[in-house]
Design a protein around this ligand. Structure first.
Ligand code: IPD
Length: 260
């Protein structure tokens, strides 16, 4: 696909995401009817997750009938042209009325992360990137921080019960011992975007799924971040660790997280 063909796809999907954002916001404004259930321990689900994913799947099938789709709620298969969707990333926040949630869509062409769109409608923020074309927030170019010293680094460490708590605590401890300030905000997709626009210096997580990071990898990468090869091995279907940081901090953070 040429850059122009990819740009046409990007614009089309930006339109879909804007509609999906309005749908999600409508649910978000009616907290009492979110129909919150649990898929497992600390694994939250609302009716909005299914509704937004269904909407995006239907519309993507019309726009790109030969592409495949992988979604957090409905699964799916990889292909040379695959859209990877998290209908609501940060569902725990969404279910508690916290605005730090987003819709995330990434496009992999021949296994290469190529288009990333992350919309946070409750924050009025839209992150967009296309491989080789830069990354923007609400239309303005964004860039990672220039931080070089861990003693002034602001780092987000994602958590889920998929990883033994001891491993998470060990990374947290090593991060603080190295001088980082560490936080967790509950949306991996926005976590990567926040590295992209220098709100943080790095996002780390010992295991995360492809739908949480497929878009953010393009956005942060285009903003200059150093990112591990997340899609290596079974990354698309089973997830992997993620380490996304401003370049100067990457070698030290790799040691802290214990991944290459
Ligand atoms: C979760 C969030 C969270 C991350 C978890 C994800 P969900 O996704 O991105 O920040 O730490 O690994 O599972 O369940 O809100 O879509």
């Amino acid at each position: 696909m040429t850059p122009a063909e990819l740009a046409t796809r990007r614009y089309a999907v930006q339109g879909l995401v804007a509609e999906a954002g309005r749908l999600a916001l409508d649910y978000f404004g009616r907290q009492e009817s979110l129909g919150v259930t649990m898929k497992g321990a600390q694994d939250w689900l609302t009716v909005a997750d299914g509704a937004v994913e269904d909407f995006l799947r239907q519309r993507l099938a019309v726009l790109f009938p030969t592409d495949t789709v992988i979604g957090e709620e409905g699964g799916g298969a990889a292909s040379d042209a695959v859209w990877i969707i998290d209908p609501i990333d940060g569902t725990m926040n969404f279910a508690h009325g916290d605005r730090n949630w987003c819709i995330s869509i990434g496009f992999l062409h021949n296994r290469v992360p190529t288009i990333g769109i992350v919309a946070a409608p409750a924050l009025d923020e839209l992150y967009v990137a296309q491989r080789g074309q830069g990354a923007t927030l609400n239309g303005r170019p964004i860039r990672v921080s220039a931080t070089e010293d861990l003693k002034r680094a602001y780092v987000e460490l994602g958590w889920s019960p998929r990883v033994p708590f001891e491993r998470y605590l060990a990374v947290l401890e090593r991060g603080y011992a190295a001088g980082c300030a560490v936080k967790r905000s509950g949306s991996g997709a926005l976590g990567l975007c926040h590295v992209a626009n220098a709100r943080t210096d790095a996002y780390l997580e010992l295991h995360i799924n492809a739908w949480d990071v497929a878009a953010g990898i393009v956005i942060a990468g285009e903003a200059g971040a150093s990112i591990n090869d997340f899609f290596a091995g079974d990354g698309i279907s089973k997830g992997n660790p993620i380490l996304c940081s401003t370049p100067a901090l990457a070698p030290q953070l790799r040691e802290i997280v214990g991944i290459s």
